[in-house]
Design a protein around this ligand. Structure first.
Ligand SMILES: [Ca+2]
Ligand SMILES: [Ca+2]
Length: 325
């Protein structure tokens, strides 16, 4: 009887210490989630387009009510004009934590459901068709937090130490294999500033100090390399690439990248390396430096030009920093 009592007491102590640990973990996780909520680098705002918009836009997005599929194809380079975009219906976030003594790894997966909306217009700007394709996709990123040696001025004990690229997509057809940023030098050559390749992309951690950083008004070149083995729709090299950037959906822009060897600083046509040159914007009034979000988005052209083809996209997201010199 005595032995049983001891066993019960010991078991009780073990359980209590487990509960303590669980309680501590829950408190840590609550603090980490608060950190993420207040961090400009990691939100998903700016990912959706609020419906169908022209290929490039800055803001002023219109309502997207969509009709049923017609089953038609609308070939590009003909009389048709397109407006398209994602309307996000729901975001769900799941976080798996791995706790260590002074570090916590958060493996975050967003599940995004929505509609990919395409509107087709003729030369008189009359809408002749519109399509809403349902999609569900995942977007994953890992973030490693570290415990501070002393509590900071906001009463926080943890901070983000490093994180991976955010990676997502719909279907297996297209992928992003490389991202590289360059800055123009004074003698008009391009200096590589940042490079990330797809091999082990979710195991390659970037510290906050190492995100792409650009002085305001600097000339920046971006190159995105994609793969699309067997394009569904035979047009150009089979896919298009867009860059979305900004702070949130009211302050964002979407720009087309080029693989024609002619525009946007692209050197070689149809080699799956898409290029864009931009004059870097400022950090905003009242800021000397600020972090913004960028998403790179590749889609197989069947997504856009065939009403009955599913959505095939892949995207990468990585914050960048703009500094006032
Ligand atoms: Ca291609
Ligand atoms: Ca190219």
């Amino acid at each position: 009887m005595k032995n049983i009592l001891y066993i019960l007491i010991v078991a009780g102590l073990v359980l209590t210490s487990c509960e303590d640990k669980q309680g501590t973990y829950a408190a840590i996780e609550a603090e980490l989630e608060e950190l993420l909520r207040n961090d400009d680098a990691f939100g998903m705002d700016g990912f959706g387009d609020e419906g169908a918009v022209s290929e490039e836009y800055e803001e002023g997005l219109e309502d997207a009510s969509a009709k049923l599929l017609t089953g038609d194809d609308y070939p590009p380079d003909s009389i048709w004009h397109y407006r398209f975009g994602r309307r996000i219906e729901s975001f769900n976030r799941d976080i798996q934590y791995t706790h260590e003594e002074d570090e916590v790894l958060a493996d975050i997966t967003w599940t995004i459901e929505g509609l990919f909306i395409i509107k087709v217009f003729d030369t008189t700007a009359t809408m002749i068709d519109s399509v809403a394709k349902e999609f569900t996709n995942n977007f994953q990123r890992k973030i490693r937090f570290e415990r501070l040696s002393t509590v900071d001025e906001n009463g926080r004990e943890w901070r983000v130490k490093e994180f991976t690229m955010g990676v997502g997509g719909i279907g297996e057809k297209v992928a992003i294999t490389k991202l590289e940023y360059f800055i123009a030098t004074e003698d008009s050559t391009w200096d590589s500033q940042f490079i990330m390749e797809s091999e082990n992309v979710l195991e390659t951690f970037i510290s906050r100090e190492d995100i792409p950083t650009f002085p305001m008004w600097s000339l920046v070149k971006v190159e995105v390399t994609v793969s699309n083995e067997d394009p569904i729709y035979d047009y150009r090299s089979g896919e298009g690439v867009l860059m979305h950037f900004g702070i949130d959906r009211r302050h964002k822009a979407r720009r087309r990248m080029f693989d024609d060897g002619e525009h946007g600083g692209d050197l070689v046509p149809l080699n799956n390396v898409f290029t864009m040159i931009r004059l870097m914007h400022g950090p905003g009034w009242g800021h000397d430096a600020r972090v913004f979000r960028a998403f790179f988005d590749v889609m197989d052209y069947g997504t856009l030009f065939q009403t009955q083809t599913d959505v095939h996209t892949a995207f990468w997201g990585l914050p960048y920093k703009c500094v006032r010199p």
